[in-house]
Design a protein around this ligand. Structure first.
Ligand code: GLP
Length: 235
């Protein structure tokens, strides 16, 4: 594990963008694993700035997002589809046909759908670079505590902590989804390189456990200790 300690969120975002931009430039057909949440917003802003300056081209890149809330259509302002479109894809030249985000509107045959998502990642050649944030309880994607370290893309119930952390984004509490479709920890560990970003005191305990604690399903991010090429960028 490489742990890069930065002064603040801006520095984390710039360092992450430097790594992602370098990876895209050295492999124009890169397959990126993308994350949502407030943490990668600065990274996306930096990548958009590089693209606008003519310094970064995504025209041959492919992406797979980690997760999506179950029950939210792409048009819902709190869906991860909407987030990605709004904060990244609408401002860069990513080919829409190469963008993959789990579909939150499916209502049956979840296992078959998730198996197809896995198959699609495989068919694209696997994820070259996976971006991650981290939840306060150490989750990555929506791999809540006790997720199997070998888990694959699947339907997952959200923990009470995650529901509490996110429900203020929804107009009324009953709108907050209780389940999500998420890549598994096994899926994430298959990526060739992983970049985890975390900023602020609220993430400090989870980050410490992920880096220095025992490998345990109680802290999903601790599974990254088993990966050969992981970089944490933290403040
Ligand atoms: C959600 C997402 C995670 C993200 C986490 C932290 O649970 N599924 O991918 O890492 O939130 O979000 P934030 O970066 O806003 O703290």
């Amino acid at each position: 594990m490489l742990v890069v300690i930065k002064k603040d969120y801006e520095e984390i975002s710039r360092e992450a963008a430097h790594i992602v931009a370098g990876a895209v430039r050295s492999n124009s057909k890169i397959v990126l694993g993308l994350a949502t949440g407030s943490t990668p917003l600065g990274l996306y802003r930096e990548l958009i700035a590089l693209h606008s300056a003519g310094d970064l081209d995504f025209s041959q890149a492919t992406s797979f997002n980690l997760d999506e809330y179950l029950g939210l259509p792409a048009s819902h302002p709190q869906s991860f589809h909407f987030f990605m479109q709004n904060n990244f894809f609408s401002q860069v030249n990513f080919p829409p046909g190469n963008v993959h985000i789990p579909d939150g509107t499916i209502s049956r045959d979840y296992d078959a759908y998730c198996a197809r998502y896995e198959q699609c990642i495989k068919a694209a050649g696997g994820i070259d670079l996976q971006i991650l944030g981290i939840g306060r309880n150490g989750h990555v994607g929506f791999n809540e505590p006790t997720s199997s370290l070998a888990s694959r893309t699947r339907l997952k119930a959200l923990s009470r902590e995650t529901v509490e952390d996110n429900r203020h984004f929804f107009a009324n509490e009953s709108e907050m989804p209780k389940c999500a479709i998420t890549m598994g920890i096994g899926t994430i560990l298959d990526s060739r390189r992983v970049l985890l970003l975390a900023s602020g005191r609220s993430k400090a305990a989870a980050v410490a456990k992920a880096i220095e604690g025992p490998i345990t399903s109680s802290v999903s991010a601790s599974a990254l200790q088993m990966h050969a090429d992981v970089t944490f960028i933290i403040d």
